[in-house]
Design a protein around this ligand. Sequence first.
Ligand SMILES: Nc1ncnc2c1ncn2[C@@H]1O[C@H](COP(=O)(O)OP(=O)(O)OP(=O)(O)O)[C@@H](O)[C@H]1O
Ligand SMILES: [Mg+2]
Length: 207
Amino acid sequence: MEFKKGYFITFEGADGCGKTTQIELLDKFLKEKGLKTLLTLEPGATDLGKNLRQILLHYEKPVSDEAEMFMYLADRAQHAQMIIKPALEDKKIVLCDRYTDSTVAYQGYGREGDIEQINILNKIATKGLKSDLTILFDVESEIAQSRLGKTKDRLESQGMEFHKKVRKGYLELAKQDPKRIKVVDANRTIDEVWQDVKKIVEELLGL
Ligand SMILES: Nc1ncnc2c1ncn2[C@@H]1O[C@H](COP(=O)(O)OP(=O)(O)OP(=O)(O)O)[C@@H](O)[C@H]1O
Ligand SMILES: [Mg+2]
């Protein structure tokens, strides 16, 4: 089966909310139906992005908030233009682990950056390419942290207060754009969460 157009679905939520787990289940489900998918992620899907990801997650010296944000945006610009857009033109279902909402939630709400400015920068980086659907996995910050175990990267080892601000920010975004952003209660088991994801995507694609 082929669709008349591509679909762009993004997965959002705190570290440890279950994005990667669920995106892989969805990719498998859609492929079994014979649909063309592209499973991708931010940061680090392109060669340039892999270099940026290495710095973003593992650089040991202080990184200014602005430098951090521009690295995410550079990664996104390269990703949107070199990978996502061509896949959508090829009528694929693009499943993307993190996209523009992550920058608003983390750099905007989490680090208290200027959200209006971030929206403009996201628009420049993506040339206005928005997701058709965003699934937000909402989870208690303590539960998300406990799922991650002991090996945390530079961003995951921020304090609990930061994670709570990010969570609130995501929920605020969902409130502002309820048509695009669907909130799934990710405090439950992998299978319970998956049933919701499946239903939301089946509805979008008319399956
Ligand atoms: N609903 C769930 N209940 C319990 N454990 C879960 C659930 N979903 C995922 N996990 C487990 O929690 C851990 C983190 O999940 P996952 O990697 O999918 O999260 P993530 O959102 O991709 O995190 P990150 O942002 O750090 O990449 C994994 O070990 C995964 O198996
Ligand atoms: Mg992940």
